[in-house]
Design a protein around this ligand. Structure first.
Ligand code: FUB
Length: 456
């Protein structure tokens, strides 16, 4: 990934859009966003387009979290194709939900024996996994087109799993969330034009605008079904109804086809968090990106007074404001990133997720950091093969005021994690921080976490 995009990303990040925040993940290609609010945090599950893909070549799912909507912590891959004995390729769209302290992750992947896609489930005690399938077979393998599951638990406790392309199907999940009401079976939703509008070329297979990627959501008394629509290139649209099973009424377009920097697919995920509504979607706008190398983005929006969803503009600069300040006086994972020019992340056997692949001039931007009365020292946990190079700490832009420079020392081996500190200027208030890496190339520097200590 890095070789492909680093130069362009660096340029992009230092253009006037030094403030660029879309796409929100720059360390790899992500698609099919599925946000989940749990315990006052947003967990963002995504698929993962392999670098340089010329098809939907996808092997694992990824998870990120945020409690401010602008900095995203990378938790790595909680689940991959290797976890499903029946699946061999195509780790496509997925969604996770919590019930009674357990997390249920519904995925779709290619069923080797059946030679078509099927829906699977995996379970975890933690939103960041690892997830384990409870049995060695898919949850649903009923038709060609069993892709893109969306899951929803209604106020009465009944859970629904919807999915499908080009048809839309659902089952009522049992309380265990890993089986469904077999008596009712799989229900096919009639894709009427009243419910799902129309498309340019209507066929028997595709009688409405509905294409794939459903997202079921409830707000106040209204149920919403969001979906990519129209055929490719896809726009996003929605239908609404009085219950989780409709009847559905077409609501309108919520995001037009993204002309510049779009992918030919799109995929919606809607949450409300800390009083705001957000639409997650994907584009192809990272350098090296496109239809098979996509990236997850987010836009805030407001529901109209009558509950309808407005047309939402995709932006590159991003208009999401922080909904909380980041506290730098507690440990902050280095892989908590608003924007990066260059670095990647990986799982280290000792310490978990870390920032890696750091070269001269690479940087990490962390937004909306509350420095309070002012810091005294910066400390970072670093592993390096050789001493030398530094992290510059800059304020508000890549070339902003330098408030400290932390020289990097190697431990006894490249895997030794060493705490390294330096004094910093006692700047007060809320700022964006830029960690700029200087003269680190060849030293195999990796970065685990950082924190400031307070004055006095
Ligand atoms: O990411 C692979 C497939 O592309 C998804 O399952 C569809 O929704 C489309 O985004």
């Amino acid at each position: 990934m890095k070789s492909l995009i680093v130069t362009l990303l660096g340029l992009l990040s230092c253009a006037p859009s030094c403030l660029a925040v879309n796409p929100i993940i720059q360390t790899l290609f992500t698609a099919d966003p599925a946000p989940m609010v749990y315990n006052d945090k947003v967990y963002l599950y995504t698929t993962h387009d392999e670098d340089g893909s010329t098809w939907f070549t996808m092997k694992d799912w990824r998870v990120y979290s945020s409690d401010d909507m602008v900095n995203w912590t990378d938790h790595g891959s909680p689940l991959s194709l290797d976890d499903f004995s029946w699946a061999s390729k195509d780790a496509w769209a997925a969604q996770c939900i919590e019930r009674n302290g357990k997390f249920y992750f519904y995925i779709c992947a290619h069923h080797t024996e059946l030679n078509r896609m099927a829906i699977g489930v995996a379970v975890s005690d933690s939103p960041t996994g690892p997830f384990v399938p409870p049995f060695d077979e898919p949850l649903v393998a009923a038709h060609w087109g069993d892709i893109d599951p969306t899951v929803f638990i209604d106020d009465d406790g009944q859970a629904y799993l919807y999915w499908g392309n080009p048809h839309l199907w659902y089952v009522k999940l049992n309380e265990d969330m890993i089986s469904y009401d077999r008596e009712l079976g799989v229900v096919q939703v009639p894709l009427t034009q009243e419910g799902f509008h129309t498309r340019e070329e209507v066929t028997e297979e595709r009688p409405s605008a509905y294409e794939e990627g459903p997202w079921l959501y409830k707000r106040e008394e209204l149920y919403y079904m969001l979906y990519p629509a129209g055929g490719v290139p896809e726009h996003l649209a929605y239908s609404y109804g009085p219950s989780a099973t409709g009847p559905w009424q077409y609501g309108g377009v919520i995001m037009e086809v993204i002309e510049e920097g779009g992918a030919f697919t799109n995929h919606p995920g809607l949450i409300e968090y800390k009083g705001n509504a957000y639409l997650f979607y994907h584009n192809g706008a990272l350098p090296g990106g496109g239809g098979f190398n996509r990236s997850v983005c987010v836009e805030p929006f407001e529901f109209n007074a009558d509950g309808s969803i407005p047309l939402i503009e995709p932006t590159r600069e991003g208009v999401v404001e922080a909904v909380a300040w980041l506290n730098p006086y507690r440990r902050v994972e280095a892989e908590t990133i608003a924007w990066t020019g260059g670095v990647e992340t990986e799982r280290d056997a000792q310490v978990g997720m870390v920032v890696t692949d750091i070269d001269d001039g690479d940087f990490i931007r962390v937004r909306s950091v509350d420095l309070g009365e002012g810091p005294a020292q910066f400390t970072a946990s670093i592993a390096a093969a050789e001493s030398g190079g530094s992290i510059e700490i800059r304020l508000d832009s890549r070339d902003g005021t330098l408030i400290g420079t932390c020289s990097l020392e190697a431990g006894n081996s490249p895997d030794d994690w060493v705490m390294q500190s330096c004094d910093v200027a006692p700047i007060t208030g809320v700022h964006d921080l830029y960690f700029v890496f200087e003269k680190v190339s060849q030293k195999q520097v990796r970065f685990d976490f950082w924190k400031f200590s307070k004055q006095g």
